[in-house]
Design a protein around this ligand. Structure first.
Ligand SMILES: Cc1cc2nc3c(=O)[nH]c(=O)nc-3n(C[C@H](O)[C@H](O)[C@H](O)COP(=O)(O)O)c2cc1C
Length: 408
């Protein structure tokens, strides 16, 4: 593929520390077919060995000690591998790379509710309403957050490819499903931070268990708050133990209500991927298991009464609970929340910090309103997450191939 992971270009995350497998950029040249994608997954799994985990912990220690200095370290690593000061490639190359990478954005239940239209000079990002969750997300809020995350991914890649992105959000009132258009503007050298974010796009994964008992550094939380603010949203770390207990209780209550409601259950099952399934969307039914936190943050039951469980990870810590909110609650705000979400997740991932999501309570109007009034200062909560350090690799994820998301 065109846009190789920064760490892979640099010889793997541990390249400078002598651990990870080296992957040539040319070897990345996948054609977007299912086989190529599976091969990439296999390679990624191969690099997620114990030595790499040790490397990740080293990286985390560095991150907590030196904060953003780790980015300079990563940039030096990249530059020494000859990939840092990259000249701008063709506009077509940049736009192709942006769409290819956007597929790796997070999306609710991994619905990947997007299509892309490439007309040479411009990408059109469209909502795929066939993939909307009509029971739990009737307004399309989570759909637009997911697409917003894809939009931030495209902006990042276009920068890494050497251009200033030009974005118009909701450009045409007559075409409500056209969420944004993206062009490559003037040539511009990407800064170090953008490079590091770009390197996390395909590596980042959702965590679904407890975390290691290692605090998320205060400085990192502050930079995540700034990242959210840059995109027009607000990230609020929740430090008060009573507030954390309330969020956990609301999550469990919402999970309980949804699990007893046939409509919610059928919708969830539609997006639950059985272990042997070859489909390229949905969440692995055995995506979580073990690592129960105290207070307990209920997970979605993708396995639903079936015997698919993942081996327990070692972590049981809650991590840092955080709420992502916006001042308004319209379509533009949801897209902004999605862009903020992906900015936060990539920045956190670059520092060895993963995120777990618990958005069930936000799918129930009364619970969402309670959270808005009591914990968000009347701003609208868009995501509930826990941030923390994981000791084991997060479960792998999957995406549809490029031809499936490209519209003629
Ligand atoms: C709007 C939104 C809501 C989400 N809610 C949850 C959730 O409640 N529980 C969960 O485990 N994951 C949740 N996720 C994460 C998705 O399941 C995840 O992004 C998707 O399965 C793709 O996997 P990946 O993030 O590992 O690439 C949510 C993601 C988004 C964008």
């Amino acid at each position: 593929m065109a846009f190789a992971s920064i760490r892979e270009q640099a010889g793997g995350e541990g390249g400078g520390l002598g651990t990870a497998v080296h992957v040539e950029p040319e070897q990345q040249a996948g054609d977007g077919t299912a086989a190529a994608i599976r091969e990439r997954h296999r390679r990624r799994q191969a690099t997620r060995t114990r030595p790499e985990i040790t490397t990740r912990l080293v990286l985390r220690t560095r991150a907590s000690r030196e904060g953003l200095d780790v980015m300079r370290w990563a940039h030096r690593l990249l530059s020494s591998a000859g990939g840092g000061a990259m000249a701008a490639r063709s506009v077509k190359h940049a736009l192709d790379a942006a769409v290819e990478a956007a597929r790796w954005a997070p999306s609710v239940h991994n619905t990947q509710p997007w299509t892309f239209h490439l007309d040479g000079a411009e990408i059109g990002l469209k909502a795929d309403v066939e993939r909307q969750l009509h029971v739990s997300d009737a307004s399309g809020r989570e759909l637009l957050i997911s697409c917003g995350a894809a939009l931030f991914t495209m902006r990042t890649v276009i920068r890494c490819e050497g251009y200033e992105p030009i974005v118009r959000v909701l450009p045409d009132p007559d075409r409500p499903n056209l969420l944004a258009t993206v062009k490559a503007g003037a040539p511009a050298q990407a800064d170090e931070v953008t490079w590091v974010l770009g390197g996390e796009i395909e590596r980042r994964r959702t965590h679904r268990a407890g975390f290691a008992d290692v605090p998320v550094p205060e400085r990192l939380l502050q930079s995540l708050e700034r990242a959210a603010m840059n995109e027009g949203a607000k990230l609020t770390p929740v430090l008060n133990p009573q507030a954390i207990a309330v969020i956990a209780a609301l999550t469990e209550a919402a999970q309980g209500v949804q699990a007893r409601d046939r409509r919610f259950t059928l919708e969830l099952l539609r997006w639950s991927r059985a272990p042997e399934s070859t489909r390229m969307d949905g969440v692995a039914a055995d995506a979580h298991g073990g690592g129960r936190t105290e207070p307990y943050f209920a997970q979605r039951e993708y396995a639903w009464r079936r015997e698919w469980v993942r081996e327990s990870g070692p972590g049981t810590a809650v991590g840092t609970v955080a709420l992502l909110s916006t001042v308004g609650d319209g379509r533009e705000d949801w897209i902004a929340a999605g862009q903020a979400l992906q900015h936060i997740l990539l920045h956190a991932a670059a520092h060895g910090v993963s995120a777990a999501f618990h958005t069930q309570a936000l799918e129930m109007d009364q619970l969402r309103e309670f959270l808005r009034q009591q914990l968000c200062g009347a701003a609208y909560p868009q995501m509930i997450m826990r941030l923390g350090v994981t000791l084991d690799a997060d479960p792998d994820s999957i995406r549809r191939s490029l031809p499936e998301v490209l519209e003629e």
